[in-house]
Design a binder for this molecule. Structure first.
Ligand code: PEP
Ligand code: MN
Length: 342
């Protein structure tokens, strides 16, 4: 996959749901010039009550897309059975999901299957669920040793408690950048859909990835996202994809400073985290306010305020941050908390 068209765009629904949905989405995407079509046949869902994919039945639907629109089709594989089915069905590429990559035994088992079957189709490796670049690189190396010659990596964000920054999976851009530093020859694309978890964020994450010189995008696109059986909130329509690609093109014509973009992406993540933490603090203040009301305790307790200030000043000294600055921030936050308790 060293000579890929850049940006490489892989688009298609989270899951293949019906023959009509797969075909109609693919037709609209092929009209936009999309050359790689994704649709999950076997879905790794956290809950057993979710839609777990249509399974082998959807293989024919992908074959019809390939035949009628001349675009390459791919799906996620996680078991020998999946790999055997797709190998005999002329599916063009596969991806390994974040949950699969998180377990090195499973990653090795899959690599062994590629070796046994002497299967050498392009494989896209998602990052593991946890932010560990070694685990991600390890999976790539296992496949490489198994004789897979066309490997790409997909950055789909990392699990973080409480959806930090409003993302379903926090981007932690430093990790894919480190991946790229260690594996400069592996094309790296971004999956803004699983990072965002929200169709309204897909555009800004895509623009950030493009400023960071990612080699492409894997985006979930559904002809009718509102009725999607999986990842409904994050899928966009073919029309939204068209507008997004136009915007990306316009952005790529502007001068770009990759190093500066990485710093800015990190600052944006941290600023969002600051707001998340302030919001959590306000929520606790509100709960304290309720508790004080019920127990008839006065809102302002000067000694407690002094204690908070002293703790924060001490900690800011340890962290070598200007203590006056920290004092002012804490004062403002404390005031706001008091208002919350009225
Ligand atoms: C997917 O691409 O639909 C998927 C399940 O992705 P991930 O493994 O990134 O969660
Ligand atoms: Mn999905």
């Amino acid at each position: 996959m060293q000579n890929i068209d850049k940006p490489l765009i892989v688009a298609g629904p989270c899951s293949a749901e019906s023959e009509e949905q797969v075909y109609s989405t693919a037709r609209q995407l092929s009209e936009l010039g999309i050359k790689y079509y994704r649709a999950g046949l076997w879905k790794p869902r956290s809950s057993p009550n979710s839609f777990e994919g249509i399974g082998a039945k959807g293989i024919e639907w992908l074959q019809a897309v390939k035949r009628d629109f001349g675009i390459k089709v791919g799906t996620e594989v996680a078991k020998r059975e999946h790999l055997e089915l797709i190998a005999n069905a002329d599916i063009d590429f596969v991806w390994l999901g974040a949950r699969t990559i998180t377990n090195p035994f499973t990653a090795q088992e899959i690599a062994d299957m590629f070796a046994d079957m002497r299967l050498d189709i392009p494989v896209m490796v998602k990052n593991p669920v946890i932010p560990d670049v070694t685990l991600w690189i390890g999976a790539v190396e296992r496949l490489h040793r198994a004789g897979v010659s066309q490997i790409m990596a997909i950055h789909r964000g990392f699990y973080s408690e409480g959806n930090v920054g409003g993302y379903r999976n926090s981007p932690q851009w430093g990790i894919p950048i480190e991946f790229k530093r260690q594996k400069p020859n592996i094309p790296l694309i971004c999956d803004p859909s699983h990072i965002s978890g929200d169709s309204r964020l897909v555009e800004s994450v895509s623009i950030q990835a493009s400023k960071l010189s990612f080699d492409g995008l894997m985006i979930e696109v559904h002809d009718r996202p509102e009725v999607a059986l999986s990842d409904k909130n994050q899928q966009i329509t073919p029309l939204q994809l068209k507008l997004l690609l136009e915007k990306l093109k316009a952005c790529s014509e502007l001068p770009n400073d990759e190093a500066l973009s990485l710093f800015r992406a990190k600052i944006d993540e941290l600023d969002k985290s600051l707001i998340d933490i302030i919001s959590q603090r306000m929520e606790i203040s509100h709960q304290i306010g309720e508790y004080k009301k019920i127990n008839d305790i006065s809102i302002l307790q000067p000694s407690r305020y002094e204690e908070i200030l002293a703790n924060c000043v001490k900690y800011s000294q340890q962290k070598e941050i200007n203590t006056d600055f920290v004092r002012q921030i804490i004062k403002l936050i404390h005031q706001e908390s008091i208002y919350k308790q009225f």
